[in-house]
Design a protein around this ligand. Structure first.
Ligand code: 5GP
Length: 139
């Protein structure tokens, strides 16, 4: 599938749309999900244009997963998460709604996840969670 550079995450990467960011370097951005499936739901995306995991270059995938681990550790510390669901949807048939590859980190149980990309979260609450995660990342 061709990459659409007008997708929401491409716009966030270009600074055209806002996001509650928790981590950024030259290759990866992590930010809070706007419609969380649990408190603390975060997303980690590589900056290279790739629609899904299936067309992400192996080097970029390898680096991104290192940051996924780092952010997961920060979520565990910051939010006292007892478990974290790592979710990655590749293709609309799997339920992918934003065509820029991303990894979901959801501090919850697979048995207790809220519905996917349905309801806007409380932005002030999400900002407070992001602040704690950023602090853990910088500790
Ligand atoms: P997907 O369905 O592609 O695996 O996941 C896309 C995720 O992006 C969903 O969890 C959805 O809540 C989230 N999302 C959709 N639009 C926005 C947005 O504008 N900002 C942020 N931060 N998250 C978004």
């Amino acid at each position: 599938m061709a990459y659409d550079d007008q997708n929401i995450f491409a716009k966030i990467l270009r600074g055209e749309l806002p996001a509650i960011k928790i981590y950024e370097d030259d290759q990866v951005l992590a930010f809070m999900d706007i419609m969380p499936q649990a408190d603390g739901h975060a997303l980690v995306i590589p900056k290279v244009p790739a629609v899904s995991l299936l067309d992400l270059a192996p080097d970029a995938a390898a680096y991104t997963i290192q940051i996924v681990q780092k952010v997961a550790q920060a979520i565990e510390t910051a939010l006292d998460a007892k478990g974290i669901v790592l979710m990655q949807l590749s293709g609309s048939a799997a339920g992918q709604t934003v065509p820029h590859v991303h990894f979901h980190l959801i501090p919850s149980s697979i048995h207790q996840l809220g519905k996917h990309a349905i309801q806007m979260g409380d932005q002030e609450k999400i900002k407070a969670q992001a602040e704690k995660i950023r602090a853990a990342l910088n500790a």
